[in-house]
Every structure is written in structure tokens, then in C-alpha cells.
Design a protein around this ligand. Structure first.
Ligand code: SF4
Ligand code: SF4
Length: 235
């Protein structure tokens, strides 16, 4: 199998010939590093799809190297929208900054039983492994580095829809600027998530909840800033 990898030292792509088939991309990268080219640099840790540190882009789509089985001719590049440190290693998006902005934790809870059904509806969002694949795929984050982004917004929805959470209002307020209204709902963040989380859907829910709480889409507010004009009588 041949595999082509973006190298940062000369900003060119380098093709490697390996005899490996049916193995994960991480195994291929380890093989290249130990047997062919020790200068190749990439990140990994758990090797089992849990830590999220081995996310890369293959043929234009984000994958975890420890889970993806490469095909002959694949092109491997570093994650998008993040600065490259070396080869496939990027300076991942500032997780703590976005989580802090979006209040992605419990800020006080009331004692209340949560039904199994309700618990099921927020379990998926809790599975995020912070791989940043959704940020890599997001066209809004590509042009606005302050956009709170898919993984933090999906976590906000997880707490806002938790019946035990006391400070839902604060969380909704926290995602109004550079948040839910800046998202285009394009859905690019959904298929790249290795945990099958659908941030676009959660952002849509946050918009609905915001509307119920009296917030409006700023673009709509601007549109009607001068008041509604129903035209003049014809006579
Ligand atoms: S749906 Fe929103 S958060 Fe997801 S990729 Fe598109 S703009 Fe980004
Ligand atoms: S939401 Fe999915 S793609 Fe985004 S950081 Fe979490 S696990 Fe990764």
C-alpha cells in the first residue's frame, strides 16, 4: 500500500510504500516511523478511540488514525483550522477557552430524579472525546477563531437539557455571541464525529430554546431594526 503524507519541513507531500494491508492508519504511521522514516511526526496515545489525540485528515475528511483503515493511495494531512507544529501534529483548538465561554459544566443542581429516557437524550453529548475533528471541519471556525464551535455548543445543550441543572439561563446567555447564531447549520461537523454526536442538531435545539427564552437571531433583529414596513395604501 502506498500512502502520501503532508510534511511540514518542506511543505510537500511524501509518498511511502508499505507492505501493510488491513491495519489501522496508526499502525501504518508507526511502521513508517520505526522502519522507514524516523522524522515523521504525529500524535497518538490510547490507541483505542478514547483520547482523541490522533485525529488527522484523510482525503479531506477527519478521522481517528487509531480507527481508520487506510486504502492504497490515501493522502493524510494535519487537521484544518489549527496551526501545524510539525507534520501531522497541530496546536489543537483551545478546548478550555471554548468550554469556559460556553459554560459547559454543571453550575448548581437541584435534587431531582431524571428518567432513563431523559438521561438517554443527554448521554450522547457526554461521549465527546475532544478530538477537535468538528472544529477542523467547521467553515465558521475557519474564518472566526472566536466562534465557540460545535463541541462546546453541544455540551452546552447537554446541560441545558438536563432537568437537574439550575443555571440554564446563564448557559443560554453565554452562547448568544460568537455562538449559536453564527453557526450556519451546514452540518459539516456531524459526519466527522467519531462518537456519532450531532452538534448541528444540538445547536438547532439551543436556538429554539433561546427563542422561547426571548432571544432572537441578531440577523433578524437587524433586518427589522427600522420596524416592519407593510407598504403604503395604493390611493
Ligand atoms: S453546523 Fe455549525 S458548528 Fe457545525 S460545522 Fe456547520 S457552522 Fe460549524
Ligand atoms: S463533538 Fe465529536 S468531533 Fe467534536 S470534539 Fe467531540 S468527539 Fe470530536
Amino acid at each position: 500500500m502506498t500512502i502520501t503524507i503532508a510534511r511540514s519541513s518542506n511543505n510537500e507531500k511524501q509518498t511511502y510504500n508499505t507492505q501493510l494491508e488491513g491495519v489501522t492508519l496508526l499502525t501504518v504511521l508507526n511502521h513508517i516511523k520505526t522502519k522507514i522514516d524516523p522524522t515523521l511526526t504525529y500524535s497518538h496515545s490510547c490507541r483505542s478511540g478514547v483520547c482523541g489525540s490522533c485525529a488527522v485528515v484523510v482525503n479531506g475528511t477527519e478521522v481517528l488514525a487509531c480507527e481508520y483503515k487506510p486504502l492504497d493511495g490515501d493522502v493524510v494531512e494535519p487537521m484544518r483550522n489549527m496551526s501545524v507544529i510539525r507534520d501531522l501534529v497541530v496546536d489543537a483548538c483551545d478546548v478550555s477557552k471554548f468550554n469556559a465561554t460556553a459554560h459547559t459544566w454543571s453550575e448548581g443542581s437541584v435534587s431531582q430524579n431524571v428518567s432513563a429516557h431523559d438521561m438517554e437524550s443527554i448521554e450522547r453529548q457526554s461521549d465527546c472525546i475532544l478530538c477537535s475533528s468538528c472544529m477542523s471541519a467547521c467553515p465558521v471556525y475557519a474564518i472566526n477563531p472566536d466562534f465557540i464551535g460545535p463541541f462546546a455548543l453541544t455540551r452546552t445543550w447537554r446541560y441545558v437539557s438536563d432537568a437537574r441543572e439550575e443555571k440554564c439561563g446563564d448557559k443560554i446567555a453565554a452562547v448568544q455571541v460568537n455562538g449559536i447564531w453564527d453557526c450556519t447549520l451546514c452540518g459539516e461537523c456531524v459526519p466527522v464525529c467519531p462518537q456519532n454526536i450531532a452538534p448541528a442538531q444540538d445547536i438547532r435545539m439551543l436556538r429554539t430554546k433561546s427563542g422561547v427564552m426571548g432571544y432572537i437571531d441578531p440577523s433578524m433583529a437587524n433586518m427589522f431594526a427600522g420596524g416592519l414596513d407593510f407598504g403604503s395604501p395604493a390611493f
